[in-house]
Design a protein around this ligand. Sequence first.
Ligand SMILES: [Zn+2]
Length: 317
Amino acid sequence: MTSYTVDRKVPWPVPIWDADTVRLIAQDLGAGAYAVVADTADAQTTQGIPQATSGGFVVGANGVFVIESMMTPALARQVLDLVAATTDAPIRYVGVTSDHGDHFFGNYLMPEQARIVQHQNAFHAIEASGIEPRKQAQIGWFDLGKGIEDVRYRPADLLVPPGGQLSVNLGGGKFVEVLDLGQGQTPGDLWYHDPQAKVLWAGNAFICEKPAIPWLLDGVAKTPARALREIFDRIPEGTRIVPGHGRVTDKEGMRFFVEYTEQLVDRVSKAVSDGMSLEDTRKAVPMREFDAGYPLFEWLHFDINIPCAYREAQQSD
Ligand SMILES: [Zn+2]
């Protein structure tokens, strides 16, 4: 199963969030680091209302590193405008966190001289599928007439290999680290880190804080559970985290998401080793302590995440 072909009914009206009404704002995180988030993110993230893609940019003496080119032409242009309103420095790099269209479709509107950075696995997945099925999938979630139809494919230039990392020197003591920290959601996830500003960009590997839970659409649960735990334990206190979709948070804001994934794997694995059917596992592992007001909980937990963890546990038996 690939992450861009989801035929299940999402219990949330399409568009999941409306690109036409999204207004992106730049949030100054100090030392040249900025988050780019929807202006609704502060109020709505903790209500569990799905938010537009979050990203950002880092300004150095010689240029700017943008994180996430966004889903539609209009959203990509908002990012360009936010950068231009902040600095005269040119955009030299654009890093994307995965092969999901809402994170990279805007590549083609980024300045020509900018180098696009992506995980090698994400690049190969896009090359293999082509762009069209990905545009159709995004239209399925986010609707026609939002500009997704107009997206043209611009491939990445710099590919980070599995387990690899890249350090980009923006000048004036400003660096951006590009990190493969293991599969959080897709096999092509990248994290971006500004060590000076102590800011970490997560992409969909960490969608946002409580009450959101992960969307385990890639058929694996153990690897994300392990990767998220390792990342969480290594994040120093004082780090700000820009999630894939929502307001800026910190290490504590990530705990709920990490613990849910870990406990899902533990409890479903136990159910499988006890010989339970999928249906019995659904009943035995309701995990209501994590049902904290996310409107997508019922669908994600019972129809996506439990079956994902169940099939994976069965295979490894
Ligand atoms: Zn996303």
